[in-house]
Design a protein around this ligand. Sequence first.
Ligand code: FAD
Length: 641
Amino acid sequence: MSVVDRQEWDVVVVGAGGAGLRAAIEARERGARTAVICKSLFGKAHTVMAEGGIAAAMANVNEHDNWQVHFRDTMRGGKFLNQWRMAELHAQEAPDRVWELETWGALFDRTKDGRISQRNFGGHEYPRLAHVGDRTGLELIRTLQQKIVALQQEDFKETGDYESRLKVFQECTVTRILKDGDRVSGVFAYDRETGRFFVLEAPAVVVATGGIGKSFKVTSNSWEYTGDGHALALLAGAPLLNMEFVQFHPTGMVWPPSVKGILVTESVRGDGGVLRNSDGKRFMFDYIPDVFKEKYAESEEEGDRWYEDPDHNRRPPELLPRDEVARAINAEVKAGRGSPHGGVFLDVSTRMPAEVIRRRLPSMYHQFKELADVDITAEAMEVGPTCHYVMGGIAVDSDTAAARGVPGLFAAGEVAGGMHGSNRLGGNSLSDLLVFGRRAGWHAAEYAQAHPRPPVDDAQVDAASAEALRPFSAEAEGEAGPPENPYTLHQELQQTMNDLVGIIRREGEMEQALEKLAELRVRARRAGVEGHRQFNPGWHLALDLRNMLLVSECVARAALERTESRGGHTREDCPTMERSWRNVNLLCALADPSGGLAATDPARGQIRLTRETTDPIRPDLLALFEKEELVKYLAEEELYE
Ligand code: FAD
């Protein structure tokens, strides 16, 4: 039996982004001794990269805004596949979460009369995104971090120990959720710097690990996005919901190659930027789908007037939901009307004075100047779609954030599924983190108070240690074939997902992807590393590969199964949104429910897919929409009811 350090906590939060920190604050404030564990440095989570803002119907800039309008926009954006109760709670609670951030010290940009300013974003009927220039995520994390430190100072006064009730384990990776029977008993983790293993014992674990973008070659996501939380939940027996829905943001940098995929925030379009093809045409007017026709301008003049007078004009089609804009850009490039480096042009230089651009979009100005030597106040940017966000995730209860089927497991933030349906609106993630981070922390604390800490099974700790050490002995273990380089495997995985399960999908290609994933799984068994456990990035990647391969199989299988196009899932061979699919969820679970991957043949699929019917949408929420609109979305039997 390996000797591994152990500590006892009430709640363990895996992840220190917006969702994890908000969950930890709530759990601690409700009396639970709470540990936060994260892969990167405290304060460096992916949330820091969020630029545009936090969506919340505060009605500061347009008095007509309210939670019902926000709810409607969110459901439309998600093409009505959203877990509607989550969309309702999110729209209702987001304003309080923003105001609360302000009381904790966040410094938002202001309107002329001193209120929190709100900006336009795709799919939002009114200006709704509270923001701090284009560095909103940084301010959000800074504020939550400061709140955590304040709580630790309170604890010090009372107990003489800053970390007595709230402790952050930074640069540590969780590789397994431990269980006692069905329920959670803690997590197994390693310290990335020393390679030392340890266990945090707890009756409640909140997973808040973010997304999966590093399985794709072109992505806006940071190195942490290897789908760990998704895989941890699967391995612990919790199903993932609707994993086929991956958002490709329409505007990532396309040049130079070293920065391909880095995000160009939607605020550029929200503040007046326009998209043009190589003929100089504002092509988005040709791509307004029927379901959105009534809400978007028919001419450039009307679209331009909307910025000054939104009550009497319709918004420009550059502000359609992201999936629509990404597909339109893809089509223009394919038709030979792209920019020199395979994107299209995004122009603010002819739309705003240089000093306004530098003030409103400071990060974008510096990003292009430094990375591409382009001055966006004088010339257009070149942009194209980039893998950005995963709508699919751990299936959770809408009110409590409890993961389905595993008592003691909770999930919040990008790793949780349901909230955004088939496509997320910009700004709705940061608000999601705050609303459901708080709910996850609250219910995890309540759960921990009601349930004694379960015993941790030594055999599971030993198995987790052996699994983590395997890359050091891949060769010696006699697997057939030479050892494999984890970096090569990762590159092949990224290329496969990009080319075969990317923005436009086809049946034959997805079948090919599943075959390639099977081959990669077999080879990943031989992923070998040299050296020792002290900071060894090759070893870290070898461990992350298990997660990326599992999650990629979920995406490919679910995408093959859903024979329609909806939101972030576009099938060239099934191009229309089918009403018969409106009320169908796809759930991915581990084919071997014991969670023992080592015992299963990697050449065979490791994911089992099932269908379930969604909960009927509550009638008072349906009543917020016009009947003619519902007819476009709802399944036949739902309309009848
Ligand atoms: P993260 O902030 O990613 O936190 C995940 C945490 O989990 C990290 O601390 C990580 O270290 C930790 N972790 C992961 N795996 C493990 C493991 N195995 N063990 C231990 N710890 C682990 N959304 C908006 O609403 N508005 C915007 O303006 C906006 N702009 C964006 C701009 C960019 C460039 C990008 C890429 C995204 C943007 N988004 C925006 C999306 C939004 O930023 C993310 O969806 C959101 O920040 C995710 O937050 P999270 O708390 O779920 O996860």
